[in-house]
Design a protein around this ligand. Structure first.
Ligand code: HEC
Ligand code: HEC
Length: 237
């Protein structure tokens, strides 16, 4: 097993590459618990209490997985979502959802610890990532895009699926607590929609916004999900 000092220096230095992240995501739970135990999370009540240096270090930590401009990372053990251009409210809410074990709490890769930051750091990170807008990775199957667009705009009436545009907006830009879907990593969108109840709103006392999507996701077939994910993955803002 790698000593934690080495892990930390790798994370700070140039050796902390996506290859390493891939390794991290493939590690067994016990090892990961150790890795994440070495990460310290800044605690501050207001955003001014956070130094520029601490913010930069934390931003770098997020970018190590989410990509240098928050564009997301497909492939690997888990697809890592795009957070660039996401609404700040949604980013903050999801960080809190991870911290409260409402998302992916059974994941073996320590998502709760990774995403637990102070409320002040949460709002600074949300402001930073929401301000970025790199081009989408757009690696889904192009031949599904037209079908995905139709489902996005019209829903699937016979399966009781409402139009996605009704909530996420005509160009999938989202608003407030409703996420932007435009430009999202194809494999991430597929994974979330196919596994909604396993992945989201896991705290029964605090299901919150996740409940709004539950029946939508359940009523979609896997080919409809694939088409939606492909369409959304190509959408630019
Ligand atoms: C070890 C890799 C890793 C690191 C480091 C990491 N994340 Fe994540 N993040 C993920 C993965 C994987 C998911 C998707 C998990 C899932 O599907 O439940 C995710 C999900 C998210 C989401 C939810 C996105 C959505 O569309 O619902 C947000 C927001 C987020 N991360 C922000 C951050 C921020 C901010 C940081 C830095 C504090 C960070 N992440 C650090 C891997 C990472
Ligand atoms: C009634 C409003 C509503 C409708 C209709 C709706 N959504 Fe959502 N959707 C939401 C809300 C609210 C969330 C945020 C859930 C959360 O906070 O956990 C969400 C989340 C999502 C997510 C997760 C995004 C992420 O970054 O993790 C995906 C993917 C998604 N919706 C796709 C769709 C698709 C595709 C459709 C149409 C088939 C659709 N939604 C229809 C309200 C809606």
């Amino acid at each position: 097993m790698m000593p934690s000092a080495k892990l930390m220096s790798m994370r700070r230095g140039e050796g902390w590459t996506m290859k390493y992240v891939g390794l991290l995501l493939a590690m067994p739970p016990a090892m990961l618990a150790m890795v994440f135990a070495t990460t310290s999370f800044a605690a501050g009540a207001d955003t001014e209490a956070i130094s520029k240096h601490d913010l930069q270090a934390k931003t770098q930590f997020c970018q190590d997985c989410h990509g240098p401009s928050g564009q997301g990372t497909p492939g690997g053990y888990l697809p890592i979502p795009r957070i660039a251009g996401q609404t700040p409210e949604y980013i903050e809410r999801q960080l809190l959802a991870f911290a409260e074990s409402m998302r992916d709490k059974n994941s073996s890769v320590g998502m709760t610890a990774t995403h637990s930051v102070s409320p002040a750091m949460r709002s600074l990170l949300a402001a930073h990532f929401s301000s970025l807008n790199p081009d989408p990775i757009a690696d889904g199957p192009r031949d599904l895009v037209a079908t995905g667009k139709t489902i996005y705009e019209e829903g699937v009436p016979e399966a009781n699926v409402p139009a996605c545009s009704g909530c996420h907006g005509p160009e999938a830009r989202g608003k407030g607590a409703i996420p932007r879907l435009a430009g999202q990593v194809d494999s991430y969108t597929e994974r979330e929609l196919a596994g909604w109840s396993k992945l989201r709103g896991q705290n029964p006392l605090k299901v919150g916004e996740a409940a709004a999507m539950k029946h939508v996701a359940h009523n979609l077939s896997s080919s409809q999900i694939a088409a939606l994910a492909a369409y959304l993955g190509y959408l630019k803002r």
